[in-house]
Design a protein around this ligand. Structure first.
Ligand code: AMP
Ligand code: ZN
Length: 471
């Protein structure tokens, strides 16, 4: 295993990465909210998580990567009120929330695949883990961290004295700074764990719970699913920088209060993709661009990946059409160079057979990527190598193919995945579950899913449909 240094938001410092289990990494990334098409700002966050995973794989680790799909609607405001974004999109499109979330989750898989984002080990949907979320809220209730209001069950942040530490929050300032609608909340920072459906409304997505019919709060799914698949304490959690102050702060509070243990050892956050006028790209600001917009400009999605790699993940990435065109030119140059090189039929050598001059490039590349993912430096190394007349084609090819394990810039034609042997009983249950879901028979579908789980398999939703994988 190579030495990897990472910037930990927890404590705001560079740290040597030390996994809990030798050679293994458990990593969780906050995934998309599937009420609409993900924009390239969101994509930056997933290219970043993918680059981190590739760097860890390159360093010799096995990585178990879990990502959630938020297919339960978020409320439009941070104060746990406002309209549910998914319900709003469903109403506007005359579809159900289930149809909307399915469509955009599939689109998300397509978009990330065209950016060469490696498939995650487990993609877990919030709607398929309602029981886990309820169980976590129950634990918090039993331990005395919750209270009930007329609209839901809330987490009492005053009972977690370290609440402000992670994000360096100024609670006093927050309390004084009014404008946060308190309604029946005891503290401004308290947040909903479970929300009740309003007696007057019939929601597409609602579930029974010990507290009444409703739906989970904003943050509980990430705690419930990450701990389910990675354990009570795991190695790495990623997300965009906007998640630090509320979402991840709340995840830490509810997880650590429930388990009495540290939740995550390393927190990594990527900065925003911003527009030339300094505002972040965001759906609510109406300034979004997606991968199809880039295609219309004649720009390949992988040129956007190149753009992401060419900026450090902790720095804002300025977006404009011109900047993107610049990245596209550089990316095309790289593609052309690789294509011409391949025409020479170069040999891919074992790395330990490289000359001293070539090894210098390898060392420099590693210095870059293992130093908190300094991909701009690693790209500069790559260009210097390309221009170096003293390195022969075999060595260049060997090194460039090796670097691409981290960069992921080579266009790959998706090959059909090899399905491992799955017991027929499990496949039969999967089939039943698909049918129940198509019939919107959620109770039976959940029962089939639980039976699959009891047989030691977990369902993963992929772009080709639901599959099962050994737990
Ligand atoms: P959402 O679907 O809104 O939950 O966002 C998905 C991910 O994209 C989160 O990790 C956000 O932090 C991240 N994100 C949202 N907007 C941007 C942006 N403009 N630049 C980079 N990351 C973003
Ligand atoms: Zn999350």
């Amino acid at each position: 295993m190579e030495r990897v240094v990472l910037f930990n938001t927890m404590g705001r410092r560079l740290q040597d990465f030390k996994p809990i289990k030798e050679g293994e990494v458990g990593m969780y990334s906050c995934g998309p909210t599937v009420y609409g098409r993900a924009h390239i700002g969101n994509m930056r966050a997933y290219v970043f998580a993918d680059t981190l995973k590739r760097v860890l794989l390159y360093a010799g680790y096995n990585v178990k990567h879990v990502m959630n799909i938020t297919d339960v609607g978020h409320l439009t405001s941070d104060a746990d009120d406002g309209e549910d974004k998914l319900a709003k999109a469903a109403r506007e499109n005359h579809e159900t929330a289930w149809e909307i979330s399915k469509r955009w989750a599939e689109q998300f898989s397509k978009d990330t695949a065209s950016l060469n984002v490696l498939p995650v080990s487990i993609a877990c949907k919030a709607t398929e883990h309602i029981a886990d979320q309820i169980a976590l809220v129950k634990t918090l209730e039993e331990k005395g961290y919750t209270y009930r209001t007329s609209d839901g069950i809330y987490f009492d942040t005053a009972k977690f004295p370290q609440y402000a530490d992670f994000a360096h929050l100024d609670i006093e300032g927050l309390q004084a700074g009014i404008r946060v609608d308190m309604s029946e909340k005891r503290n401004k920072t308290d947040f909903a764990l479970w929300k009740f459906s309003k007696p007057t409304e019939k929601r597409d997505m609602e579930w029974d719970s010990p507290w009444g019919v409703g739906f989970p709060g904003w943050h509980i799914e990430c705690s419930a699913m990450s701990m389910k698949y990675l354990g009570k304490t795991f190695d790495i959690h990623t997300g965009g920088i906007d998640h630090v102050t509320i979402h991840h702060t709340n995840e830490i509070a509810q997880s650590e209060c429930a388990t009495g243990q540290r939740f995550v050892n390393y927190w990594l956050h990527c900065e925003f993709l911003t527009m030339s006028n300094q505002e972040k790209m965001s759906k609510s600001l109406g300034n979004v661009v997606n991968l199809d917009t880039l295609r219309e400009y004649g720009i390949k999605p992988l040129a956007f990946r190149y753009l992401c790699l060419n900026a450090h993940y902790r720095k804002q990435l300025l977006y404009s059409k011109e900047i993107l065109m610049g990245a596209n030119n550089a990316y095309n140059k790289w593609c052309n160079f690789m294509e011409n090189l391949k025409k020479e039929n170069p040999k891919q050598l074992p790395l330990n057979e490289l000359s001293t001059e070539a090894v210098k490039y390898l060392e420099e590349f590693k210095q870059g990527v293992f130093n908190n993912l300094n991909t701009p430096q690693a790209l500069a190394t790559m260009w210097n190598l390309i221009h170096d007349k003293n390195i022969n084609n075999d060595e260049k090819y060997t090194l460039l193919m090796d670097f691409d394990k981290v960069f992921g810039l080579t266009e790959v034609n998706a090959e059909p995945e090899v399905q491992m042997e799955i017991p027929a009983e499990v496949l039969d249950l999967l089939d039943q579950r698909n049918r129940f879901r198509a019939e919107k028979n959620w109770a039976q579908a959940d029962a089939a899913r639980d039976a699959i789980k009891n047989l030691g398999y977990v369902i993963i939703d992929t772009k080709e449909g639901a599959k099962v994988q050994k737990i």
